[in-house]
Write a protein that binds this ligand. Structure first.
Ligand code: F6R
Length: 609
């Protein structure tokens, strides 16, 4: 949700800023801008609405030069998409870029207007920069002190970077509820909201912690914690390859990420399967394993695609491990008075580890007496990882496409391993664990097999891309897959799609059925297939158009298209059946010509509530 890049160097940084901010475009792409301090110690600012490519065009013949600068790509929250609302914002000698929301900005704006400040935008960001200016002018002290004083007045979650023409060899960064990292160079240092922006320049990162303020100069950085004491934060050597963030032979990141899933799952399993027989999570301490022994309930909280993965795991926790499990959307969990079950363990699921709703839920859960907590996350060093007692990384690799794909299947992989581990700990025997390990080892090969059937999916997509509405159906552990399939389609093709449990169709939605609403059904050949076949009949007899994804034999009536799914072990069917639905959404969006990697109105990591 908004991307920030900043640099303080000994060289001209314009190309770096443009290239890096373009790599953060997945965080928001309503508008973008940058500011530099030039040789005459003045701000040069360029902003425009639309994608970063517009900003690149606009800066092209300007011969810009600056050794210190900020850039920003915006996902609008306060104020419409316009050039005036685009960052950076400036107040006299201070410029700022900001991510997050200042909840009391309206009151602060009124106060600052009374002090004579004129606002040129509708943003909460301009409030911060004027407040900083007012604080500094009032006390006559340093910008750092003005920052400390201003932060006391700001309510909300945010991260920001400021630069100052009165001291043009230093950036000040603040991290409070929204991520910021410092990239360490040689004689130059960088700041960004995500390491992807800096990977071509450094592999050494410092993840700022909640409440940190950093002063970043070309040769050094100094970090103050929320108690205003100087602290040393760990330097992390990133193992992410710059090549990973390139599209390679693929048209879109989403396409690349769908096809990467066998590799991502192999990476998720690597070093966690002992002698290929049992599961080991070296990340979890002995104490945690003790908690697993005693837990009697699991509460999982997540958003979007991660929520759908949690819903699949509810079925696994209850049917395989016999542990009651509740799953809730994070924003709902945080909005109500909660009654916590006895001996309950709290789990969050997140690709980014920065989703504000999920973070808030975690913070609330800590006051509610859960036995402990664990996050299953793709981003090492993210806020959720830092704030959770325990973490299992999904190791999907960097996911850039806004619509999640490989993060979903790797979350499911980790969840299934976790279920298996807990069963062994609780039942003190590991036959189920051994069986699951065997099946998980086969999973990447099974996915490779279904990915090869892409031409068939392309053919179905050609028949469906002009449709306006679709319904997705699934039963039991396939219902979350129907929800995830519908979400993928909505996100990238803008086709309205609804998901229902197959058995629920006759309780209302059947009224919608006609030849204009294609119905997508995922139906593995298991104990539920006969019930699903009855549902198919109900739709057929009302003239509905049906697309079935199944390994079962079907009576193919004229309105039915069957995509024959290769056989897969029942337990991993949810991980497997989402693959053709991801491909279907992708090829439909491709036929429609939408912006697949950056769908309208969305951003990859949602750092506002
Ligand atoms: C869907 C999608 C979103 C995210 C949701 C949670 O394709 O990407 O629905 O799943 O915003 O994000 P994370 O998993 O980063 O917490």
């Amino acid at each position: 949700m908004c991307g920030i890049v900043a640099a303080v160097t000994q060289r001209n940084i314009i190309d770096f800023l443009l290239e890096s901010i373009q790599r953060l475009e997945y965080r928001g792409y309503d508008s973008s801008g940058l500011a530099l301090i030039n040789k005459n110690n003045n701000f040069i600012r360029v902003r425009c609405i639309g994608k970063v490519s517009q900003l690149i065009k606009k800066t092209k013949n300007k011969k810009l030069f600056g050794k210190i600068g900020l850039a920003h790509t915006r996902w609008a929250t306060h104020g419409k998409v316009s050039e005036e609302n685009t960052h950076p914002h400036i107040s006299s000698h201070i410029a700022i870029v900001h991510n997050g929301i200042i909840e009391n900005s309206f009151q602060l704006r009124l106060f600052l207007e009374k002090q004579g400040y004129i606002f040129y935008s509708d943003t909460d960001t301009e409030v911060i920069v004027h407040l900083l200016h007012w604080e500094q002018k009032k006390t006559g002290k340093s910008l750092l002190e003005a920052m400390h004083n201003s932060l006391i007045r700001l309510h909300g979650n945010y991260s920001m970077v400021v630069m100052d023409t009165h001291n043009s060899s230093r950036l000040i960064a603040v991290c409070s509820g929204s991520p910021l990292i410092i990239g360490l160079g040689i004689g130059e240092n960088f700041i960004a909201s995500d390491q992807i922006a800096l990977l071509n320049i450094t592999k050494r990162f410092i993840y700022l912690k909640e409440g940190d303020i950093a002063i970043v100069q070309p040769e050094q950085t100094q970090i103050f914690n929320k108690h205003n004491s100087i602290v040393q934060r760990k330097i992390i050597q990133s193992d992410v390859q710059y090549e990973c963030v390139k599209k390679g032979k693929y048209k879109h990141y989403m396409e690349k990420e769908i096809y990467e899933q066998p590799t991502s799952i192999r990476n998720t399993l690597k070093h966690r399967l002992k002698n290929n027989k049992t599961i080991d999570f070296p990340e979890l301490g002995v104490q945690e394993k003790n908690i697993f022994l005693h837990l009697e309930h699991i509460q999982i909280v997540a958003c979007g695609t991660s929520y759908h993965a949690a819903m699949v795991s509810k079925h696994w926790f209850e049917s395989i491990a016999n542990i009651p499990c509740d799953v809730e959307v994070a924003s709902e969990f945080s909005s109500r008075k909660l009654a916590v079950r006895k001996k309950s363990f709290f789990i969050t699921l997140s690709q980014s580890g920065e989703t504000a709703d999920t973070l808030t839920a975690l913070r609330i859960s800590k006051k509610l007496g859960y036995l402990g907590n664990l996050t299953i996350c793709n981003m090492k060093g993210s806020s959720l990882v830092q704030e959770s007692d325990n973490c299992l990384l999904t190791k999907a690799g960097i996911e850039i496409g806004v619509a999640s794909t490989k993060s979903f299947t790797t979350q499911l992989t980790v969840l299934l391993m976790l279920v298996a581990k807990i069963v062994s700990i609780k039942q003190k025997k590991n036959d189920i664990e051994k069986k699951i390990v065997k099946i998980l080892n086969i999973l990447p090969y099974r996915i490779e097999e279904i990915l090869k059937k892409n031409q068939e999916i392309k053919n179905i997509a050609k028949k469906l891309y002009h449709t306006k509405n679709m319904i997705f159906l699934g039963r039991r552990d396939q219902y979350p897959i129907a929800m995830e399939g519908a979400l993928k389609l909505k996100e990238i093709s803008y086709i309205h799609a609804e998901a229902y449990p197959s058995g629920e169709l006759k309780h209302g939605p059947l009224a919608l059925i006609d030849k204009n609403i294609p119905i997508i059904i995922t139906a593995p050949n298991n104990s539920l297939i006969e019930k699903t076949k009855k549902n198919i009949q109900e739709i057929c007899s009302r003239g509905g158009l049906i697309y079935i994804f199944s390994d079962a034999e079907m009576n193919l009536e004229k309105n039915i298209t069957l995509f024959k799914v290769p056989y897969v072990e029942e337990i991993i069917a949810p991980i497997f059946y989402i693959i053709p639905l991801q491909l279907l959404a992708y090829y439909i969006a491709l036929s429609k010509g939408t912006n697949i990697d950056q769908p309208r109105n969305l951003a990859k990591s949602v750092t506002v509530e």
